[in-house]
Design a protein around this ligand. Structure first.
Ligand code: SF4
Ligand code: SF4
Length: 433
């Protein structure tokens, strides 16, 4: 069987065995419990809250509206009362504005989103964003200004520890496919590809069962990080290269994560807004699980549902260990982008004591974008941003492969994240001249 891949990348310890076979469990909630729902949970313009203290809201009701085209709606996951407009801890921004909700009912009925003949309007109204972690508003991706001929279902889930997509692919195979077929039909896309890494053969076989019923290509991918990166996945499945500064649609492709396709299917078919998602909770917890969680739930509740900590936690990562962020508080709420909660103890963490670069070249071999991290590091440290533009830092996808393989523990990806912000400012200024 032919397996598809890309240049560079790494093979970290995947640590998925604790949860790969665990069915998705539904997290129970009680009347009187509170949720703290961050108002902005997506990339783009912030949303604006449209409720105030003491308002009563019905499950599925819009509580914050989109702040522009590249923005997203937000809906309440329960019927309840707005306790306050407050702040919630956030792993990137410190504290962010949030709506504190007291749950008054826990039934399944929800307010449906308004019907529309326009597919993109439904996706926008439902507040759907990329559930792979990027949280880019889906209706924007689904409004391409030019012809797209290929749609890719991203079932790579290449980040270590995470198995939420794996479980969705086994337990909700047909819903994912129906969401993808809907997009294919509405956007008149000719080709549908499903890409799954070969460490999830059970999921690959599930999709295989539907190949005679629905018309799509099923690609088995080498298990290699970052196989789920859009550019890597597009190359592995179509051979197309997304040029620097361009988007997948510039090479005629749209990529969505499996969870996003399921959300699209539910929005179109049942009028369901996006107010819950599957989260993998693993690492040093008594019983690691995949859990269906409402947005705004504190991570402490997820950890309790898994039986609590094993040993003393040193770091809790929200997302995957390669691209996720450390939580500053157990009160940190889950959002639409929370794919994982990973608890690490001191012994689970690598020694991060850094030493001088030994010019070994491992970072260059590992970089999936063909960059030269060792040289880019020098320009970053010396704030030589023009040089960084020449060395294509904007192409860095912040995957962390270079930092992972570096024997001198240079925190390369951290330098590039900071430097890229400065470089983007320079490029914006150049474009305005
Ligand atoms: S973080 Fe950037 S420079 Fe480092 S390996 Fe990934 S793409 Fe290359
Ligand atoms: S991997 Fe680390 S030590 Fe080796 S060349 Fe790159 S930065 Fe230097």
């Amino acid at each position: 069987m032919q397996k598809h891949s890309f240049y560079g990348g790494i093979h970290p310890d995947y640590n998925k065995e604790k949860t790969a076979g665990k069915k998705i469990e539904i997290l129970p909630y009680s009347i009187g419990e509170s949720l703290t729902i961050p108002i902005t949970q997506h990339l783009g313009a912030p949303s604006r809250e449209i409720v105030k203290k003491k308002d009563t809201v019905k499950k599925g009701q819009l509580i914050a509206s989109s702040g522009g085209f590249i923005s997203s709606n937000l809906h309440t996951p329960f019927t309840g009362e707005v306790d306050n407009i407050t702040l919630a801890p956030n792993p990137i921004a410190g504290n962010v504005p949030a709506i504190k909700l007291i749950i008054k009912e826990t039934d399944d009925d929800f307010l449906k989103i308004e019907k529309s003949d326009k597919f993109q309007d439904i996706i926008s109204a439902a507040g759907i964003v990329g559930l792979g972690g990027a949280t880019f508003p889906s209706h924007v991706k689904l409004s391409p200004p030019k012809k797209v001929d290929t749609l890719i279902v991203n079932g790579a889930e290449c980040e270590p520890f995470l198995t939420c997509d794996h479980r969705l692919m086994i337990e909700n195979t047909e819903e994912i496919l129906l969401g993808a077929l809907l997009v294919k039909e509405k956007l008149s896309i000719e080709r549908l590809i499903v890409g799954i890494e070969d460490n999830k053969l059970d999921a690959y076989k599930e999709f295989g069962k539907y190949q005679t019923k629905y018309n799509f290509e099923l690609h088995l991918l080498h298990t290699k990080y970052p196989q789920g990166g859009e550019k890597q996945l597009i190359f592995a499945t179509t051979g197309r290269i997304v040029p620097e500064g361009k988007l997948p649609l510039d090479v005629g492709v749209i990529v969505h994560n499996v969870g996003t396709f399921k959300a699209i299917y539910e929005a179109w078919t049942f009028g369901k807004p996006l107010f819950e998602r599957v989260v993998t909770v693993t690492g040093a917890v008594k019983e690691p699980k995949n859990i269906l969680v409402k947005i705004g739930t504190p991570i402490s509740k997820l950890i309790d549902f898994c039986g609590g900590f094993v040993g003393k936690p040193k770091k809790i990562i929200i997302g995957g260990p390669m691209m996720g962020f450390a939580a500053s508080s157990l009160d940190t709420p889950t959002t639409k982008g929370t794919s994982g909660v990973i608890v690490l103890r001191e012994d689970d963490m690598p020694d991060m004591k850094k030493s001088n670069c030994i010019r070994c070249g491992r970072c260059v071999e590992a970089c999936p974008m063909g960059l030269v991290p060792a040289i880019m590091e020098q320009f970053s440290l010396n704030e030589m941003y023009e040089k960084l533009i020449d060395w294509h830092v904007v192409n860095c996808i912040e995957c962390g492969c270079c930092s992972y393989v570096c024997p001198s523990r240079r925190p390369l990806v951290g330098y590039f994240k900071t430097a890229k912000r400065q470089v983007m400012n320079i490029l914006r200024q150049r474009a305005q001249k």
